[in-house]
Design a binder for this molecule. Sequence first.
Ligand SMILES: Nc1ncnc2c1ncn2[C@@H]1O[C@H](COP(=O)(O)OP(=O)(O)OP(=O)(O)O)[C@@H](O)[C@H]1O
Length: 287
Amino acid sequence: MTATVAGDTSTSARPTAPAALEVHDLAVVLGGRPVLNDIRLEVAEGELLGLVGPNGAGKTTLLRAVLGLVPSSGRISIAGQDVHRGRKRTRSAPVTRSIGYVPQRHEFAWDFPVTVEEAVLTGRVARIGWLRGARTEDYREVRRALDRVEMTHLRKRPVGELSGGQRQRVLVARALALDPRILLLDEPFTGLDVPTQEHLTELFRELADEERAVIMTNHDLVGAVHACDRLCLLNRTVVASGAPAELAGPEPWMTAFGVSAGSPLLTAISQVAQGRTADSSAGGERS
Ligand SMILES: Nc1ncnc2c1ncn2[C@@H]1O[C@H](COP(=O)(O)OP(=O)(O)OP(=O)(O)O)[C@@H](O)[C@H]1O
């Protein structure tokens, strides 16, 4: 097995299940400066993909480009349907509704006077519309999403009174309220304790196992190597991508993160990645 590295056109690291999301030749320029260039990425149904890279690598920008929130060139397809080609957006409502987005926690207005239930309901705006009232079906989906993140008992609580971990669950429920086929998670573990991180990781695994494509940015590289089916190492472009076992060597990490060969990080990544190699040899790719 070999990882796909920048400039390598081999397909060995590509997913075998149908592609939920395909990105070809994506480029983004912001404030007159190139932020992303020549991005090629495929994410399959049922796959948990870790999008990792140093600060400023363009991880959030890539998620926002997929959502159509920043101007980009290139091609983006969802479930085989082009939603962006060249510089033109061709998004239809059903396609927009198929993506759930969990922004970084600080991006949400937690001081807004709404309850947990009302905050999650805002995740269904793409389906309800701004001018129409929520229906029974909408509240049913909200309740289902809150059940998934184990927050039903706090549904009447003002969001401003929640802890960091509870807020993160609300954001996940808000994204799940549309029952999306693709879930984009931007640094979902920042500031969370280890048990909460582990619980959310289990949830993201379950969501992927339900044939969703789950894409998660994460600064905990060892955690990402441990949890994800595949990793995409980003630094303005895709430096390398592959299964954790394919990325056990130091080179792609040194290139993407600019760390030296003696970095303790490389040893830790290598150990966990080799553990994943042992898992896959024993027939249990997912730990
Ligand atoms: N609206 C904007 N205008 C100009 N430049 C921007 C804008 N948004 C982001 N950038 C720049 O794009 C680059 C990538 O930013 P981005 O937030 O996507 O990186 P990131 O990998 O998510 O970083 P981090 O890990 O620090 O969150 C940075 O250099 C940033 O300054």
